[in-house]
Design a protein around this ligand. Structure first.
Ligand SMILES: [Zn+2]
Ligand SMILES: [Zn+2]
Length: 578
């Protein structure tokens, strides 16, 4: 998100740190170019400091919502309608949207309040420092699965509009993203700002045109049966299966909070706009997403007679026919341009987010940062393999399966935030630093493993047709029940491995995170208090990333003589000033 944020929002305040990132005495840790950028400019693996969060809630929200202009929703909505018919598809899309909206509220709130991304939030919400490496992979999978779907949509446009064979189009759709993500998305972001209004007009134009010229299509849509054996009426099994496909998008909240972590502190003065922005740009994404899915379902019905059911879920086909209703001579060219434009934008984001997730995963396991370029190739490479393997044709199956793991993760995080914390079974704040976390906390990590295992077994038909259709809901239910149960059984002992012991308090008198600046003993840069821990190994304050990359200490601060051992939740953990 570095480049997007740099260009779509007012320029950040001048860095207060030495931009060289080098230690003054030449003995400390130095970061290579990429790491330096990511740690000092967009804080991608860290807490986003108050000095950097200078934008208004409104600016953060509009930037976050600008990122969701992608077309997979049209393909997903079309696929669900074709497979399950109008009635079941509408209920399924609505049910999934409600679940995604409700789970998105606490995640967005805590991310905006503590200025951390989804990975750091997961660590503190019951998973532990290494427990969330698994969820980094789940999130990386989200980015490469959707890169593959969005890339396939772009390849279909290249094939139809420019007569390029599909296997070659897949390659082009992947390669075109690489320079944009590797060399920065500056030009792309500028293009994104001025193309956004055009994009919106093009997106809704077919619906307005059809409403004027063929209004009867909308009532005929309600009788669309697709391939459904139960016709256009509502069937419970079809609703479950359809919702399972749409629920795969639950991990999109991770991309939304990548922006929301830059929200300013919530104060009595900005409280209303703060909440409005967090809700609209966080869970609110699914209102637009659900509307696009219903739009895709309608267009699939609209073109099914002319292109056949097997191609009716392809956005390029939907928009060629849609544009033909008012601009027939240029419809093919316009639709090709429209699809390529949206897909380049979304897949740059997918490749970027995926590379950060892989960095996050490998930096914790190997204590190394080879640079994000390596992970961009990894992520795009996996996605290309999926595309060439024809993933678009198995869209319902792939997304339906993915939902099981994604929902188990999100469910366990949400349970910690909305059940364990209010009950005092979990610390009242979010701890994300290695220096204070256990590697694994059974509360969230264990709940997620069990919930996803049971729901995957259900997905493969172990508990009959209803169990298969509703497997993501089984995962959600289990994760949300097991998390508080495990928190109760473990007495919350595995959330915090070591108490805060810096002289500088973590919170100010008004309950906000302290903006006091401390110097990291290792890299000698300055960081705000929430990003710093006291390190006995280096005998001084250490920033969270230096702490993560330290391979020689063997966690001695938590296991050696200086460790305070498991912390009971009823003992005071955080001192506040005053
Ligand atoms: Zn440091
Ligand atoms: Zn340590």
């Amino acid at each position: 998100m570095t480049e997007i944020l740099d260009n779509e929002v007012p320029p950040p305040p001048p860095a207060t740190t030495d931009p060289s990132g080098k230690a003054a005495d030449g003995t400390g840790r130095t970061y290579n170019g990429w790491t330096q950028n990511s740690t000092l400019e967009d804080y991608s693996l860290r807490y986003a400091p108050k000095s950097f969060r200078r934008w208004t809630p409104y600016v953060v929200a509009t930037t976050a919502l600008g990122g969701i202009a992608y077309l997979a929703d049209f393909a997903i909505g079309g696929s669900i309608a074709i497979s399950y018919g109008f009635g079941s598809a509408m209920v399924a899309i609505a049910a999934a949207a409600v679940v995604i909206f409700l789970t998105g509220i606490p995640i967005s709130y805590y991310s905006a309040k503590y200025s951390i991304d989804m990975d750091l939030l997961t660590r503190g919400a019951g998973f532990g420092y290494l427990g969330s490496t698994l969820t980094s992979v789940i999130y990386a999978s989200f980015t490469f699965i959707f890169f593959a779907l969005e890339g396939s949509i772009m390849a279909q446009a290249l094939e139809l509009g420019l007569n390029i064979p599909l296997p070659v189009s897949y390659l082009i759709a992947s390669l075109i993203i690489l320079p944009l993500v590797i060399y920065g998305m500056t030009a792309l972001s500028k293009m994104q700002v001025w193309t956004q209004p055009i994009w919106l007009v093009l997106m809704v134009a077919p619906f307005i045109s059809i409403a004027i010229q063929e209004p009867e299509k909308f009532s005929k849509f309600t009788h669309f049966a697709g391939n459904s054996p139960t016709g256009s009426s509502v069937s419970l099994i079809s609703v479950g299966a359809g919702a399972g496909v749409a629920l795969s998008l639950i991990a999109q909240i991770g991309e939304q909070v990548d922006y929301l972590r830059f929200m300013p502190d919530k104060t009595p003065e900005n409280s209303r706009s703060w909440w409005a922005s967090v809700l609209s740009a966080g869970p609110g994404w699914v209102v637009l997403g659900g509307a696009k899915q219903i739009g895709g379902a309608f267009l699939a019905f609209y073109i099914a007679g002319s292109v056949g059911l097997s191609k009716a879920n392809e956005p390029i086909q939907q928009y060629v026919s849609g544009f033909k209703t008012f601009a027939a001579p240029v419809a093919l060219g316009l639709a090709t341009f429209f699809v390529i434009l949206s897909q380049i934008k979304i897949n740059s984001t997918n490749a970027y987010s995926g590379s950060l997730s892989w960095s996050n995963f490998f930096s914790r396991l190997t204590h190394r940062h080879p640079g994000r370029v390596v992970y961009i190739f990894l992520n795009v490479g996996i996605a290309l393999a999926l595309m060439e393997g024809g993933v678009f044709g198995f869209l319902n199956t792939v997304l339906g399966f993915y939902s099981n793991v994604a929902i188990a993760w999100i469910g366990a995080v949400v349970a910690d935030l909305v059940i364990n914390k209010p009950l005092g079974l979990s610390p009242s704040y979010i701890e994300f630093k290695r220096a204070h976390l256990y590697n694994f906390n059974p509360v969230g990590f264990g709940s997620m493993l069990i919930a996803s295992a049971v729901s995957i077994v259900a997905y493969f038909n172990a508990f009959g047709d209803y169990g298969k259709a509703f497997s993501p809901f089984i995962a959600l239910f289990l994760a949300m029940v097991l998390s508080p149960l495990f928190a109760k059984l473990t007495k919350g002992k595995y959330y915090i491995a070591r108490t805060e012991d810096l002289d500088e308090p973590l919170f100010t008198e008004d309950g906000l995170l302290s903006a006091a600046v401390l110097t990291c003993t290792v890299c000698t840069d300055e960081f705000e208090r929430p990003d710093v821990a006291l390190c006995p190994f280096h005998s001084g304050p250490i920033c969270s990333l230096c702490c993560s990359l330290e391979s020689a200490c063997h966690d001695s601060c938590k296991t050696g003589g200086g460790a305070s051992g498991p912390v009971d939740l009823d003992s005071p953990k955080v001192r506040t000033a005053g």
